[in-house]
Design a protein around this ligand. Structure first.
Ligand code: HEM
Length: 106
């Protein structure tokens, strides 16, 4: 398995999260996104293959992924309360995290 393969799940699920018109649909896509992020946590991106798992860069990549998972959980908690608009607002932070870490390691 590779980070690039997992990213397909990120790509397929972020849109449906951001435009969900009910909490159940949002939760379904959030949980697929979270599962992919959890698998990605232990995978080394191509750009860090030579640096390896003990490198500061890989630990920083993992920190980004943890931050991403934390925002998924916060989004999910809002959706569970039926606060769909706030949940969508929160989910926009996922794009900011993506942009930051793509700049560094993609
Ligand atoms: C909604 C969020 C995200 C989307 C839609 C997304 C999408 C993508 C896509 C389409 C690729 C190209 C895959 C390919 O080469 O075939 C990619 C690569 C990559 N993404 Fe993401 N991404 C997201 C979040 C993140 C986050 C949070 C991180 C890190 C903390 C990350 C790290 C990377 C890395 C390292 C690559 C290069 C993989 C490699 O070539 O080994 N992405 N992403």
């Amino acid at each position: 398995d590779t980070v690039a393969k997992e990213m397909v799940y990120f790509k397929d699920n972020i849109g449906p999260v951001l435009k969900a018109d009910n909490a159940e649909t949002m939760q379904k896509h959030l949980s697929e996104l979270k599962a992919a992020a959890q698998r990605s946590l232990e995978l080394v991106p191509g750009s860090l293959a030579k640096k390896g798992k003990e490198s500061a860069e890989f630990k920083d990549y993992q920190q980004g992924m943890q931050q991403f998972i934390a925002v998924i959980d916060e989004t999910s908690a809002l959706a569970a309360k039926g606060e769909l608009e706030q949940a969508k607002e929160k989910a926009k932070a996922l794009l900011t995290i993506r942009n930051d870490y793509h700049k560094k390691y993609k």
